[in-house]
Ligand binder design. Structure first.
Ligand SMILES: [Zn+2]
Ligand SMILES: [Zn+2]
Length: 241
């Protein structure tokens, strides 16, 4: 029971950091927030991703490339040039590292307007920090796991960010239905996307990239959008109007 709660909490908190902060804010600027809130969510995204921390600048740049070159050879993670998801993720990792370490040239149009906190990155991106998080997960399981097979969930904790990325980037451009005739292979995979917090409405999102609600039809549910509306009302952020 405790392990189930820990797993679900890690899954959704990390996913929230990704979809709310990295995707909708850092990459798309669907809303604005104060510097203090930005710092808070930056650290939130780090702590919830833990061992699989993703840098906001590199995320934003890769994601803007994904929108600009969706499902072409210049897309950092299209499933349509790979036989299975693992090789796609390896390809994405190489581009991510290239952007992060400056060994890949980034087009000027992508290189702006994202949060940068080098002091946080220095700690968050260090191997020692990643290992500390990984050991934290292991110790938690040692303390609370009641069955041996529960330990099989540990690799998902270690790679939480890439696991989410693999599901969204693979399934979201391969399986589902389309509301809009976009110039790519984007799909809406689920009708009520409680699994990936709205990220699986890829077709809706590619159609209207700056719209904070990933649901487009009245019967679709993006569970993160109502949270954004509440955050707007209580002053955590300002939605673009
Ligand atoms: Zn997409
Ligand atoms: Zn996007």
């Amino acid at each position: 029971m405790i392990i189930a709660i820990f797993f679900i909490a890690h899954w959704y908190l990390s996913l929230f950091g990704q979809t709310f902060f990295l995707h909708r804010y850092s990459a798309h600027k669907m809303f604005t927030m104060s510097k203090n809130w930005e710092k808070f969510w930056y650290i939130f995204a780090w702590v919830t991703q833990g061992s699989s921390y993703l840098n906001a600048r590199a995320y934003a740049i890769l994601h803007r490339m994904h929108h600009a070159y969706s499902d072409t050879e210049k897309d950092p993670h299209t499933p349509h040039f790979f036989k299975e998801v693992f090789s796609m993720m390896m390809h994405t990792r190489d581009i991510y590292n290239g952007v992060l370490h400056g060994t890949i040239e980034v087009e000027d149009k992508f290189e702006r307007n994202y949060p940068v906190y080098p002091a946080v990155d220095k700690i968050a991106d260090a191997w020692l920090t990643r290992l500390a998080f990984a050991f934290g997960y292991i110790f938690f399981y040692m303390a609370f796991a009641t069955q041996w097979w529960m330990y099989l969930l540990l690799p998902i904790h270690f790679l939480m960010g890439p696991v989410h990325g693999a599901i969204v980037n693979w399934a979201g451009h391969k399986y589902g239905y389309r509301n809009f005739n976009e110039n790519d292979q984007s799909q809406n995979t689920l009708v009520f996307d409680f699994l990936m917090f709205g990220e699986l409405f890829q077709n809706n999102h590619h159609h209207a990239g700056s719209k904070p609600n990933f649901a487009a039809k009245w019967w679709e549910i993006d569970p993160v959008y109502p949270i954004i509306v509440v955050f707007d009302k209580i002053g955590i952020l300002k939605l673009m109007r």
